[in-house]
Design a protein. Structure first.
Length: 201
């Protein structure tokens, strides 16, 4: 501290030269997902087979052959998509470095035989009318969202189990669109403390 600043006295020590400081690697840069892309894909396929059997696609980072996948981005499509493929194509367009992308398909088919999938119930299966979002007497929509959020949290618990090859929770990010965004926000808000995710949008 300089003289006169909060009554501090000069220490008499020279400031260290930043150029002389040893350059260290990013913390734990290779302590996770440093294996081959095929092993990372196999890990995600196994986790989804165990805890999310509704469909998924894995997109490896562009430089996967030469560096570890340090981050995981989980993508949740909007209501009505037929599979995880469109958001997987979106992930390829993003071309994010050091990041594996996992595109998930919604857990339920749309009602009335309409092609596509949804994350939680929004329509009455008999009348086709919108289910209430905040009516304490009719919790079908809220309960459906809660079930999906719990299922996704179960998958995230597996994906963030570092001892079994997963990512640290702060390296996992959620991105959702439309109803997928609702699920992402609900799930992200529920994970606090050591389970807190790196980001949610």
């Amino acid at each position: 501290m300089r003289a006169g600043f909060l009554d501090a006295r000069p220490s008499g020590r020279k400031k260290p030269d930043p150029s002389s400081a040893p350059v260290s690697a990013p913390p734990d840069a290779t302590s996770w997902r440093s294996s081959a892309p095929g092993a990372t894909r196999a890990f995600l396929d196994a986790a989804c087979a165990e805890r999310w059997n509704h469909g998924h696609e894995v997109v490896s980072p562009p430089e996967a052959s030469s560096s570890p996948s340090e981050n995981l981005l989980v993508l949740l499509h909007g209501r009505g998509e037929r599979s995880a493929a469109p958001f997987a194509a979106f992930a390829r367009k993003l071309n994010l470095p050091h990041t594996t992308c996992l595109s998930l398909a919604g857990p339920s088919p749309l009602p009335f035989g309409v092609p596509g999938r949804e994350w939680f119930a929004r329509l009455d299966p008999e009348t086709g009318e919108d289910l209430p979002a905040d009516d304490p007497r009719d919790r079908r929509r809220a309960d459906s969202l809660a079930r999906t959020t719990k299922a996704l949290e179960t998958l995230l618990d597996r994906l963030t189990d570092v001892a079994k090859g997963g990512w640290p929770s702060t390296r996992v990010h959620l991105f959702g669109f439309s109803d997928g965004g609702t699920v992402a926000i609900e799930c992200g808000a529920a994970r606090v403390g050591q389970r807190r995710l790196g980001g949610c949008a």
